[in-house]
Write a protein that binds this ligand. Structure first.
Ligand SMILES: NC(=O)c1ccc[n+]([C@@H]2O[C@H](COP(=O)([O-])OP(=O)(O)OC[C@H]3O[C@@H](n4cnc5c(N)ncnc54)[C@H](O)[C@@H]3O)[C@@H](O)[C@H]2O)c1
Length: 344
């Protein structure tokens, strides 16, 4: 019998790729999403789901999880600017609702709970070594704190029958029907496609670990398929053997897609972050299950094809659809979301 997977956040940037891949791989998928960015799709992308639950994660009940074997929890406020927009909401949605969801899942007899944490928990600025899962955490922003607190509480719920695994993806990149351009490499590629210069507000030397959204999807699938003893109460960085890029390397990879693209470095450092991360653990422990396929060059080519298909232009780039904070502010202004990000 097909396993039933609940994917929360299935209508977001990563979820819009992950849910169809899970379905193609033979799983039945129940989507759970409040639909904050439903009107942000750049191309049509229907998901052949078993069921779509349109509901706020803060309101989940055990009944929502009946018949589900594994939960992949992606839903949440997905970056630092959203977190700072309203820190207490980030706490409620990213932390409290995550714990509530896991408690409901445990009650409903779900076997596995796979949590999308983030490498922002490291908050590191030391590039002398690649940080692994045992590296010290130093969550600085409301977003990073919510991810770290969730990991800590989830661990307490882990048991023989209820396997919890926390995955920490690097910053994502790549094409998705519900594209985000508020993440570094996609933003550079958008500049190239729309013939705008890529302006780097540094000398380009800071390091940024990166992970393609289809490799992130593959990592979650690996955790569905691997024996429980390999993943129980484990934390995995998600990336590749070669996932650390400098901002300069990212910008140059983008520029290689168009020989006329302009690239400037202002030399000022407005963002102190620079960090390198190793994904050696997932690549060894889950080597029979997780085989990443993507690198920046391949992701760049795929994005160019997507921009063409989606007729991506400057208006779309500068509008609300591809920037999460703008999308939420627009919905609040339109009156379709209240100040607590409840759908009206
Ligand atoms: N994109 C990245 O670079 C990256 C990197 C590491 C970790 N992550 C994590 O992966 C997850 C997915 O990221 P993404 O880029 O797809 O984000 P996204 O913002 O595109 O999607 C998040 C989805 O969650 C839903 N959601 C938000 N709050 C909700 C609530 N209260 N109730 C129900 N649904 C709600 C939204 O409607 C949206 O569809 C997030 O948890 C994010 O923190 C993302």
């Amino acid at each position: 019998m097909k396993k039933t997977i609940m994917a929360t956040g299935n209508l977001g940037y990563i979820g819009s790729i992950m849910a169809p891949v899970l379905i193609e791989s033979g799983y039945e998928v129940v989507g759970y999403d409040a639909g904050y960015y439903e009107d942000c799709y750049l191309i049509e992308a229907k998901q052949a789901l078993k069921k779509q639950i349109k509901k706020d994660a803060r309101d989940v009940t055990p009944e929502d999880l009946e018949g589900v074997e594994c939960v992949i929890h992606l839903a949440g406020l997905s970056n630092d600017p959203l977190g700072e927009f309203h820190p207490s909401l980030t706490e409620n949605i990213n932390f409290k609702a995550t714990v509530r969801l896991a408690e409901c899942a445990k009650k409903a007899g779900v076997k596995r709970f796979l949590y999308a944490s983030s490498q922002s928990v490291y908050g590191v600025s030391d590039t002398s070594k690649d940080v692994d899962e045992n590296g010290a955490v130093n969550p600085i922003t409301a977003y990073a704190k919510s991810k770290w607190r969730s990991e800590c509480e989830l661990k307490k719920l882990c048991s023989d029958d209820f396997v919890i695994t926390c995955l920490r993806p690097a910053t994502a990149y790549g094409a998705s029907p519900n594209l985000r351009m508020d993440i570094v490499f996609n933003g550079f590629m958008g500049n190239v496609w729309t013939k705008r210069p890529i302006e780097i507000k540094s000398d380009g030397t800071p390091w940024r670990p990166m992970s393609h959204i289809r490799d992130i999807t593959a990592a979650f699938m690996a955790c569905i398929e691997a024996p429980a003893e390999l993943i129980r109460n484990q934390v995995f960085n998600v990336g590749t053997a070669d996932n650390n890029y400098t901002v300069r390397q990212l910008a140059e990879a983008a520029r290689r897609c168009d020989p006329d693209a302009k690239l400037t470095f202002t030399g000022e450092h407005t963002d102190p972050r620079s960090y390198r991360v190793t994904s050696a653990k997932i690549l060894t422990v889950l080597k029979d299950y997780y085989k990443p396929q993507w690198d920046i060059e391949k992701g760049a080519a795929d994005l160019m094809n997507f921009f063409k298909e989606a007729k991506f232009d400057l208006d779309t780039f500068d509008g609300y659809k591809c920037t999460r904070l703008k999308a939420l502010k627009k919905r609040i202004a339109d009156g379709t979301l209240d100040d607590n990000l409840r759908v009206k």
